[in-house]
Design a binder for this molecule. Structure first.
Ligand code: MN
Length: 340
């Protein structure tokens, strides 16, 4: 079980001036009202709000969001009232907890209809503070992480609902770190055999790729010196769900997925991205139609970077993603970066 002190440490790392008294009061209150409740895993119920608050702290969110995460199930599942929460923690926290309570009531009502698209729209329209959605996504992530303790029927229902409703929301908000873990967990419970097949064979396949990626990185570093460009090059691994998705869309077996090497390069300034692109296209032949300038024209979730696919040496296609560190923050954590 995540300890409250670990959450405090996480928060202090990115927010040294955080109101720790407020956090501690949230923890004590949550512990008091959830006392005696137990999760399906056998752990005390308190482990859940603590884990959710921990996920929120990993996303580097503000103190009211984290306090609300600690309290998010209290009005729904205990004798606590919204009025009391407002009294103890103020309007801002109370409004966040109220938003969470409303979503769970709506979830229950619309369960039968399962109109994912409508439900997604209803949630986004109902919530006027996006932080409520962030708590909901963190809540769902922890529930997915502990899904093994539920019955098979519930596992399937919750994983499908997550894939239909919460994964697209995480995607829309650009929170790749949440999207990626949610997708992999959904696959694990919806198609356990395929998940296992990919997960078991992935490390061996990736070893070969890593060697090749290192060769590419070395060739590139030589060129960078000539152009006086500072850059960090790293190889990237696809997520298990990403590989599964490719198998399905292109109707190809697992073995043929691996011919694409993915490299990510970080540079200091935006203009360096374009210089580097020139260097890469000069070194290896670009594949027509595979270049995308998401810096000039960001994706709708504000994701920015340059993408290109080239034919590397020995005839391997290599995918490059070129971006700055601040673009990376946005690429991984999307909308959450605005509370930093
Ligand atoms: Mn919850």
């Amino acid at each position: 079980m995540l300890r409250f002190e670990e959450i405090v440490e996480k928060v202090q790392r990115y927010n040294p001036k955080a109101d720790l008294t407020m956090l501690r009061r949230g923890y004590i209150y949550s512990a008091k009202v959830h006392k005696g409740q137990v999760r399906m895993s056998g752990e005390s119920y308190l482990s859940h709000p603590l884990e959710v608050a921990g996920i929120m702290a990993d996303l580097e969110l503000d103190v009211p969001s984290i306090v609300a995460a600690l309290l998010h199930d209290t009005v729904e599942d205990t004798h606590a009232t919204l009025k009391e929460i407002e009294e103890y923690f103020g309007e801002e926290v109370a409004a966040l907890v109220d938003g969470m309570t409303k979503i769970s009531k709506m979830e229950y009502k619309t369960r039968e209809e399962r109109q994912a698209e409508n439900f997604r729209k209803m949630i986004l329209a109902m919530v006027n503070d996006i932080r409520v959605i962030l708590i909901k996504l963190s809540d769902r992530l922890h529930n997915m992480r502990t899904l093994e303790y539920l019955s098979r029927n519930k596992q399937i229902r919750i994983a499908q609902e997550t894939l239909d409703i919460y994964v697209p929301i995480a995607h829309r908000l650009g929170i790749w770190v949440l999207q990626r873990e949610l997708e992999d967990l959904c696959l694990q419970f919806l198609h356990p055999e395929i998940y296992r097949e990919i997960a078991e064979q992935l490390p061996a396949k990736m070893e070969g790729l890593d060697v090749y990626a290192q060769e590419i990185a070395l060739l590139l570093q030589d060129q960078l010196k000539e152009f006086n460009l500072k850059a960090e090059v790293e190889g990237r691994h696809s997520s298990i769900y990403g590989i599964y998705n490719k198998m399905i869309t292109h109707k190809i077996p697992f073995e043929r997925i691996y011919n694409v090497i993915r490299m990510r390069i970080f540079v200091e300034k935006t203009i360096d991205c374009y210089t580097l692109l020139g260097v890469i296209h000069n070194l290896w032949k670009p594949v027509p139609g595979k270049f995308q300038d998401y810096i000039g024209v960001p994706k709708t979730n504000r994701y920015q970077s340059l993408h290109t696919l080239v034919m590397g040496h020995k005839g391997h296609p290599v995918k490059f993603q070129i971006l700055t560190r601040s673009m990376q923050r946005y690429a991984e954590r999307g909308i959450t970066t605005q509370w930093k």
